[in-house]
Design a protein around this ligand. Structure first.
Ligand code: FES
Ligand code: FE2
Length: 373
């Protein structure tokens, strides 16, 4: 075990060796100042999921979104490229766009300044008669935007490398399950606030050590003995085969079960092997150190839901997620106990469902991002 790491952050015992490491200390899950450091160093510097290209097909189509307290909009510009901007007028800071819709000219509701879809200021009442006023200096502030597997991501860090360069191998993995993710549409969306730190929700996804004790039905659908998880740089892969039908051979890739990816920092992309027309996004929106919103989005071929799809949505939203949230909220209360500092990560060489090595990978990424390691 490494020596305790002494920084201005609380001491941690997260080593470089997953086989001999503790988890992040409780203080990292409860401190508002660490949360603020995470917002600056993680959420304002990473690629954050914002929506799906099905909402941005035609010139002028736009969606709005938030990265923490920053309001943004993404628009299909008249040159057919995607552009993203802070959703704030350069005159006196009014919000420009609400919800989603279509605007070939973005007009501020406050005093009617009008912007082109490339962010340049076109006109505004009285501006032609202004002295010493250079319209070209009044462009909207742009941010990075990228489409990846049909999903749209933004990054507030102008110097960020492209998302596709940060997730080597992920696109191929997604397309091997769902070949045309850009053709799907949002068929169902459900949000669920909960009382815990955002990292506890990600921790929960990254290990299935809790699955046998927590998810009775899941363990009837997924063979935990074949479940494995593999961390890569900015993403990790998690999968377990279904149980074969009588007379069939087990096939981890195609016969049901579960497969999914965690994409740093807060998105998970989930599949049912063998079902090539559905992706379930589950992501955690942090509110503060103690509160989050769990968002579940079901992307399917149509908004018309089959009975099977309705049953699956009901199970994921009302059974599986509730089981996880009960555990996560309980753990968050424990993080505030004076009887707990940090815990030892359970890791095995098989890297199977009993192993928490992907948490170790995630905890190291968090510490490095905020400068605590
Ligand atoms: S704040 Fe937008 S036009 Fe004045
Ligand atoms: Fe779970």
């Amino acid at each position: 075990m490494n020596q305790l790491v002494q920084t201005s952050f609380p001491k941690h015992r997260v080593t470089d060796d997953p086989n001999d490491s503790n988890a992040l200390p409780a203080a990292y899950y409860t401190s508002q100042s660490i949360y603020q450091a995470e917002v600056e160093s993680i959420f304002f510097k990473s690629w954050i999921y914002a929506g799906h290209v099905s909402k941005l097909k035609n010139k002028g189509d736009y969606i709005t979104c938030n990265v923490q307290d920053q309001e943004l909009f993404i628009i299909r510009a008249t040159d057919n490229t995607l552009k993203a901007f802070y959703n704030v007028c350069k005159h006196r800071a009014h919000t420009l766009l609400k919800g989603e819709g279509r605007a070939l000219v973005v007009t501020c509701p406050a005093h009617n300044w009008a912007y082109s879809t490339d962010g340049s200021l076109r006109s505004g009442p009285g501006l032609d008669k202004m002295q010493n006023f250079d319209k070209s200096l009044m462009c909207l502030s742009g941010i990075l935007v990228e489409e990846f597997a049909g999903f749209v991501f933004v990054n507030l860090d102008k110097d960020a490398s492209p998302l596709k360069d940060q997730v080597d191998g992920l696109l191929e993995r997604i397309l091997s399950y769902v070949p045309n993710p850009e053709k799907l549409v949002l068929a169902h969306r459900q949000t669920r606030p909960f009382t815990a730190n955002w990292k506890s929700a990600i921790d929960n996804y990254l290990e299935c050590y809790h699955c046998k004790s927590t998810h009775k039905v899941l363990c009837e659908l997924v063979d935990m003995e074949g479940y494995s998880t593999t961390p890569f740089g900015n993403w990790s892969w998690h999968s377990g085969p279904g149980f074969p039908a009588p007379g069939e051979e087990p096939d981890a890739e195609r016969n049901g079960g579960f497969a999914g990816a965690h994409l740093w920092p807060n998105l998970t992309i989930n599949f049912v092997p063998g079902r090539n027309d559905e992706i379930v996004l589950i992501y955690t929106v942090p509110v503060d150190a103690d509160n989050c919103i769990n968002v579940m989005e079901f992307y399917m071929p149509s908004t018309e839901l089959s009975d099977d799809a309705k049953a699956e949505i009901d199970y994921v939203c009302n059974v599986l997620t509730e089981e996880d949230i009960a555990l996560i909220e309980n753990v968050h209360r424990g993080m505030k106990s004076r009887g707990y500092y940090d815990g030892r990560l359970v890791v095995n060489t098989e890297r199977n469902y009993l192993s928490e090595h992907s948490l170790h990978h995630f905890h190291n990424k968090v510490l490095k991002a905020i400068g605590a390691k």
